[in-house]
Design a protein around this ligand. Structure first.
Ligand code: CA
Length: 513
């Protein structure tokens, strides 16, 4: 392994650079064309490229990520404790939209997907069972195990069965204004393209979120030969004993499985992909390697006509001026500000401060504060204009680059992107997380060679090769793009091979009772 000291400076005007070498660099290391380290600097952390007296603006991504709290000499370690974080950018006087020109079209690529009656396309062929309330989760889990063991072997073309369980449905202020968010999330989850338009509902009976409130007439497409969602209600008087409930679920599942099993993959244009991009367990490399590679692939997807959603409110908040400038129209800029201002108010209600986002792992990985994290996070959105905005739990209806406003929490963001109609997920991580979803394939991208080496059977793509000079952002971006088409066509991700997935987590900003 090379012992040549390597650092990355993103922008020529930056006065800090990030240490690339595994294990960091020791005191006395002279950086190529730079200062000599006056102290050891860990991997992913920042080194001062010149003297930074207290109060000096520290620039990374050519953005001020803070001011030095103490004198830091050239070759010194710049970290969160030695920085004063700037205030959040106000929503006043934001730049008007000056969107970049639409990216040139990209033709000649396709994938093999399952076309649905409503026009959407699945990348997996799954039976999903929607639930109205948490009370039925245990029963559903029991039934799902039986379906897996007894029915799935009879329907080999079906990829799996998923219980859409959650903690909502009762004991909640269901008429509070913000209750619209969890309700529409559960509703829109039921029609994710990977479920083939087959909607099956398990209800308790006495819950606040009644099936007809969850799925009112017209909320789900119903084909001629198939009338409405199949509902099993546990409190229905016809059920005598637990096995009667289980038998009802299995009987209904059979008819859905039959239709799903008859489906075949067909060649589909890339424009049918609805990709959600996300990061979690981030480090200082996230914004240097994996996220820029994702951004490059985002541009390729948008050029090919696909829908790409970027999210994570608290990780784009400090870049709001970049977002309004990139908005395709004033209406899109206004919608971005509306969502972020609503989220600011939500956080203020809970008295969350601005340092609430960055985790101990983020800081250990070299991310000093949320401003630095945000600048590295937003590059996942590529370079094109922002074409649309959706609120949490809403279905995306437009093609192009979409800001899907969600919390940054990995599971909540993933759940909301699924509700929006995501059929493929790309997830970057620097610290490492085994994150996966049962509802949709998740391609995980490692930011560092060291993580990719240790987690070789969990990470699908190694973007650390960008930092070590083995691959360019462009090369990695194309590799990711081709992998996305392969996975969309059925190739399994590591998480799928191991069967790893996280629970759905709803975003409920309304009170519970
Ligand atoms: Ca996240």
């Amino acid at each position: 392994m090379s012992t040549v000291p390597r650092t990355i400076r993103i922008h020529p005007d930056d006065n800090v650079a990030v240490v690339v070498n595994d294990g960091g660099l020791p005191t006395g290391t002279t950086l190529p064309g730079g200062p000599t380290l006056v102290q050891a600097v860990p991997q992913g952390h920042k080194v001062a490229l010149n003297d930074l007296p207290a109060g000096t603006p520290v620039r990374r991504y050519n953005v001020v990520i803070g001011h030095t709290a103490v004198d830091i000499p050239a070759g010194g370690w710049v970290n969160g404790q030695r920085l004063v974080m700037p205030e959040a950018r106000s929503f006043e006087n934001l730049p008007a939209p000056q969107p970049p020109a639409d990216l040139s079209p990209l033709d000649g690529h396709s994938f093999r997907g399952y076309r649905n009656a409503d026009g959407s396309v699945g990348t997996r062929n799954l039976l999903a069972v929607t639930t109205t309330v948490q009370c039925v989760s245990g029963v559903l889990e029991f039934a799902v195990e039986r379906i897996k063991k007894e029915l799935l072997p009879l329907y080999p073309n079906v990829d799996g069965v998923v219980g859409l369980t959650h903690s909502y449905g009762c004991g909640v202020a269901i008429d509070a204004p913000d209750a619209v968010i969890p309700i529409r999330t559960v509703r829109n989850l039921a029609t994710n393209p990977n479920f083939g338009g087959e909607v099956m509902v398990l209800s308790l009976g006495c819950e606040k979120l009644q099936p007809e409130r969850l799925l009112p007439p017209g909320s789900i497409p119903i084909s001629d030969e198939h009338q409405g969602p199949d509902i099993v209600c546990l409190q229905d008087e016809k059920h005598i004993g637990f096995m009667s409930m289980i038998d009802s679920i299995l009987t209904q599942a059979k008819s859905h499985l039959e239709r799903l099993n008859a489906r075949q993959r067909e060649t589909c244009p890339v424009s049918e992909l609805v990709v959600g991009v996300q990061c979690g367990g981030s480090d200082a490399f996230s914004g240097v390697t994996a996220n820029p590679a994702v951004g490059f692939a985002t541009d390729l997807l948008v050029r090919a006509g696909a829908t790409v959603m970027f999210s994570e409110n608290t990780e784009v908040r400090d870049a709001v001026d970049q977002l309004t400038r990139r908005a395709a129209t004033q209406a899109v800029a206004d919608a971005i500000v509306h969502e972020l201002a609503w989220y600011d108010a939500y956080l203020a209600r809970g008295q969350a401060d601005r340092s609430a986002n960055t985790t101990p792992g983020n800081k250990k990985g070299g991310l000093s504060n949320i401003v630095e994290k945000a600048m590295g996070s937003i590059v996942k959105s590529g370079n094109g204009p922002i074409h649309g905005v959706i609120g949490p739990g809403e279905k995306v209806k437009k093609k192009g680059l979409i800001f899907a406003a969600t919390p940054a929490s990995d599971f909540i963001c993933g759940t909301l992107q699924l509700a929006a109609g995501m059929n493929l997920h790309v997830f970057t991580t620097g610290r490492g997380t085994p994150y996966g979803l049962a509802e949709c394939p998740v391609i995980k991208v490692a930011t560092r060679n060291d993580l990719a080496r240790r987690w070789h059977d969990l990470m699908d793509i190694n973007a650390g090769r960008i930092a070590s000079g083995e691959a360019s952002i462009e090369e990695l971006g194309w590799e990711l793009f081709h992998r996305m088409l392969a996975v969309a066509s059925g190739e399994k991700t590591w998480a799928e091979r191991w069967g790893l997935h996280n629970d759905l987590v709803l975003f409920n900003p309304a009170p519970v009772t």
